[in-house]
Design a binder for this molecule. Structure first.
Ligand code: UDP
Ligand code: MG
Length: 320
């Protein structure tokens, strides 16, 4: 295919050899049915399986296939960012490699885009085939995020979305290291709309988001869009000292005006544990923010590319 690329599909992949062939097949079918130019931009996020080889092979005879091959695993959000940095299309779609996001939905997204929307995100009405814990934790994640941030980040919405070139260009100007892409897209603004879908089961392989990574994503989401947690320390402190003061008054009163001797070893210990716990939690929250400030000041590049396939044409895009 020649000429200006109309659509870029970004597919981040980390050890997805079990599904990537089927994903490729489904995407080809969908994009073929649209009848406009497109590129399939795979980002290999340091897979240790054959994912990259499979895509490189496809690239030999299919020139819509492109590969950004990272030097190691940098994480899902960074992989998407790299995709945006190199995407050439007028509209850019981000989709998971595991077919949990149905590629067929891209057709609806494109229709909305042609109506004039600049961001079309896909909201899950149902998730099938995931453990009850995953569903619960995901649901909690979106609600906690919503309650604690000032940016209006839609709930139950992952990174599966279409963004206009304008939005993509704005995203490229955001330099932060601990990225929460869906929040940044909300922050950027523009005309946004949702389409709804039922999230399928992962076709094969297992989730690359264990609890630890989900927590990291959640903390990135909250800390990059709100400092309410920091203010919490102030409120909590004020509340506690007010309570302590009132208690002190009552103790003094009892000591002066009655002959009640106060005994309270166990209550002392529990109160000490609780309040020391509060202080450590608050220090922990502080640490999360300070650590992120540290990450920003290091000013390291977001990711390192080992290779691009095809090599030519990549120089025009990218960060740095
Ligand atoms: N992924 C990635 N780098 C990582 C972890 C995940 O590029 O470090 C990709 C993964 O290959 C998939 C997408 O991000 O295409 C979403 O991951 P996954 O399906 O494991 O997350 P879940 O759907 O279970 O939340
Ligand atoms: Mg998945």
């Amino acid at each position: 295919m020649t000429g200006q690329i109309r659509y870029s599909i970004i597919i981040p992949m980390y050890n997805e050899e079990a599904v990537i062939q089927e994903t490729y097949r489904r995407l080809k079918k969908v994009m073929g049915s649209i009848g406009e130019n497109y590129e399939l931009l795979f980002v290999n996020d340091g897979s240790v399986d054959r994912s990259a080889e499979i895509i490189t092979d496809y690239g030999r005879w299919d020139d819509t296939v492109k590969l950004i091959d990272f030097s190691r695993n940098f994480g899902h959000q960074i992989a998407i960012t790299a995709g945006m940095d190199y995407a050439a299309g007028d509209a850019i779609v981000i989709i998971d490699a595991d077919l949990q996001d149905p590629p067929e939905l891209i057709i609806d997204m494109i229709a909305k885009w042609k109506e004039g929307y600049e961001v079309v995100y896909a909201r899950r009405t149902k998730r099938s085939g995931e453990t009850r814990f995953k569903k619960w934790s995901a649901s909690m994640f979106y609600r906690v995020l919503r309650a604690s941030t000032d940016t209006d980040i839609p709930v139950d919405t992952g990174d599966f979305r279409l963004i206009d070139r304008k939005v993509c260009d704005e995203m490229k100007r955001l330099p932060e290291k601990n990225r929460f892409v869906r929040g940044l897209v909300s922050w950027v603004g523009f005309r946004q709309t949702a389409i709804e879908y039922e999230r399928d089961e992962r076709l094969a392989g297992e989730t690359k988001y264990p609890l630890k990574r989900m927590l990291k994503l959640c903390l990135d989401g909250i800390t990059s869009f709100s400092y309410k947690p920091l203010k919490l320390a102030g409120y909590l402190g004020a509340l506690l000292s007010a309570g302590g003061f009132i208690y002190l008054l009552s103790v003094i009163y009892l000591a002066i005006f009655t002959d009640n001797t106060l005994k309270g070893w166990p209550s002392m210990i529990s109160i000490m544990l609780i309040f020391n716990g509060f202080i450590l939690i608050m220090l922990g929250i502080l640490g999360e923010y300070v650590g992120r400030i540290y990450d920003e000041t290091k000013a390291r590049p977001l990711y390192i590319v080992r290779e691009m396939h095809p090599a030519a044409g990549s120089a025009a895009h990218g960060r740095r």
